[in-house]
Design a protein around this ligand. Structure first.
Ligand code: SF4
Length: 599
């Protein structure tokens, strides 16, 4: 019998259709999914004992207490610690996913450590009398910060540089004491302070948010004053009577009658707390003084804090930047001019290249939360001085550098177990109490031995100092009412510039810490991604358009996000290192201008 081509094709087609009605292809799909779960390179969860371990989250300065559910010693989920007197059982979304960070695909695990050490030693040796060796610390107040200060004191030309803040260190905010909070663009309800503490105090104060865009805090505030970008100080002065309501209305765009009404409310409904990036005021004791966390007496031989702006241009021969603890970012154009023109040495100690690693000659990898032991300075809204340790939950990969040891070695400073030395110094004062997480109990420090104190701090514990009595507040704590606040240089909205028609408003975001959260935020647009620019729908570009952001300092590629909450003439960007580098020397000098054009 002869088989024709038509019959072969009909047989093949019939077989293909028929096979769909058998279990074979569907079973194959399931099996392929199962097989692919076991391919080489796919991480497999370990099996083993399930138990809870405790630590403190060091992803931001809040330092929330953490209960980690661990399987075979590896954290698989994180939660807050109920009953904690400061963090009150809460974690933010980043903190809940903090244990993902060691697996972030962008993290660095290797770097030229020997070459960087040799270059730093060479730079220190070549330092002329007019030149400096600088350590830039992005999160001051830690035990490592004291090592940097001691190391810089050990060098003839050493300088310890950090960013100055109106709050932090000896001053803190007591939200529970405030009845009205006037926020001048501060994200009070979105990542500012300690989430649990802010939410606990929220019912007790009325929040007036003055901001150019409808941020998450603005949308949750009791009153949102939509002001022109950069007119925060003018509004504060109008409310304080340092300029007439009409003058303030002309600068801020807020109706004069509303300024008068808010000024009346501030006068009636105290104590008032005024929070701004460059301004701070209070009535009553809503800003309080707290003691410095004790340190061993021998550490006091330390370099003072130097303002980078005070160093002459072209005078920094060696610059070491500790980016291991996320903190404020000093834009690159504020740093670049300070470096010597001939072969400066710049080392960034960082977990990724997103920050100063884009500019440094050497980027050395550091451990990340929850791999490394580091202490967390008291949060901005903690009335009491505290000492908490982010105790490691997993081992750091081989090859990461400990920034404290790198800087100390470069300066020839011998250091021991600095965290233990500081814990002993705290214990010696006999002050305050120790709160332990596993049993949620407080015990007076004087009733605990030094060894047990240290052990508890590493197993989930927090030292809480006795707050200074209100009567003992130094003058800085009892600030005059807003109306008597001394005049500050009024920050005016950015000047018109036809070449750069948009005013930049920055939204503050934590770095993408968890790969899962980064992906979720990027895809859902819940948060503005680092490479996105939010514009009013009338801007002439389409949502999702690829565009170029241009400022006076450079340009970068962005994706357009249309958002009716952003006023016309404004571009909202995430305060991300690459964006901050384009937007001026610092947030405190007023908004930058930009334009966004189709790519
Ligand atoms: S607020 Fe900061 S410290 Fe607290 S959980 Fe979130 S990232 Fe961690």
């Amino acid at each position: 019998m002869k088989t024709t081509r038509r019959e072969i094709l009909m047989f093949a087609g019939g077989s293909a259709v028929g096979v769909l009605f058998t279990p074979a292809p569907w079973r194959l799909i399931t099996d392929t999914a199962l097989w692919s779960e076991s391919w080489p390179g796919i991480p497999k969860p370990e099996r083993g004992e399930i138990r809870a371990r405790y630590t403190n989250c060091s992803l931001c300065a809040a330092g929330c207490a953490v209960r980690a559910r661990c399987v075979a010693g590896r954290p698989v989920s994180l939660a807050g610690v109920p009953g904690h007197p400061l963090t009150r059982g809460a974690l933010c979304a980043f903190g809940l996913a903090g244990h993902h960070l060691p697996y972030h695909p962008a993290r660095l695990k290797h770097g030229p450590v020997a070459q960087a050490s040799a270059a730093v030693a060479d730079g220190i040796a070549k330092c002329r009398p007019s030149e400096h060796v600088v350590t830039l610390d992005l999160r001051p107040g830690r035990t490592a910060s004291w090592t940097y200060r001691r190391a810089m004191a050990a060098l003839k030309n050493g300088r310890y540089v950090t960013l100055s803040h109106p709050l932090g260190g000896p001053l803190a905010v007591d939200l529970a004491a405030a009845r009205t909070v006037l926020s001048l663009g501060v994200p009070v309800l979105d990542g500012w302070g300690t989430p649990g503490n802010v939410m606990a105090a929220r019912a007790g104060f009325r929040l007036i948010q003055a901001e150019a865009v409808e941020s998450r805090t603005a949308s949750m505030a009791d009153l949102w004053l939509r002001i022109r970008p950069g007119s925060e100080d003018a509004l504060a002065e109008g409310l304080a009577g340092m300029m007439t309501p009409a003058e303030a209305a002309a600068i801020t765009g807020v109706p004069e009658a509303q300024i008068v009404a808010v000024a009346g409310e501030l006068a009636r409904n105290g104590p008032v707390l005024v929070l701004g990036t460059s301004r701070l005021a209070s009535t009553g004791h809503t800003i309080v003084a707290r003691r410095e966390t004790p340190v061993p007496a021998e550490w006091r031989k330390a370099a003072p804090v130097t303002d980078l702006a005070s160093l002459p241009d072209g005078s920094v021969r060696v610059l070491i930047i500790d980016e291991s603890a996320p903190g404020e970012y000093l834009p690159w154009n504020a740093i670049a001019g300070k470096l010597v023109p001939d072969n400066p040495v710049m080392v960034a100690l960082a977990s990724s290249r997103d920050g100063y690693g884009r500019h440094a000659q050497y980027v050395l990898p550091v451990g990340v939360y929850p791999e490394v032991a580091d202490d967390i300075p008291p949060a901005v809204d903690s009335v009491a001085t505290t000492f908490r340790i982010a105790a490691p939950l997993v081992a750091a990969p081989e090859g990461v550098v400990k920034p404290e040891e790198f800087v100390a070695k470069a300066a020839g400073l011998a250091i021991g177990d600095t965290l233990r030395e500081r814990a002993d110094a705290i214990h010696e004062t006999g002050r305050g109490s120790l709160f332990t997480y596993a049993d949620a109990k407080s015990v007076a420090v004087k009733d605990v031995g030094a060894g047990d104190f240290w052990k508890a701090l590493n197993a989930g514990g927090c030292w809480i100092d006795t707050p200074l009595a209100a009567a003992a507040q130094p003058p800085a704590a009892a600030q005059p009412p807003a109306a008597a606040q001394p005049p500050a240089a009024t920050q005016l909205p950015a000047a018109e510039n036809p070449d750069l028609p948009l005013v930049v408003v920055l939204s503050h975001e934590l770095a993408p810490l968890s790969p899962l959260l980064s992906k979720m935020y990027r895809e859902s647009n819940l948060r503005l991604g680092p490479n996105r620019a939010a514009l009013h729908p009338s801007c002439g570009l389409e949502d999702g358009a690829q565009a170029t952001l241009k400022t006076a300092l450079g340009k970068c590629a962005v994706e357009v996000v249309l958002d009716a909450g952003v006023p016309p003439g404004v571009v909202q960007l995430t305060a991300w290192p690459a964006v901050l580098d384009l937007c001026g020397p610092g947030l405190q000098v007023g908004p930058a201008r930009a334009k966004v054009v189709r790519a």
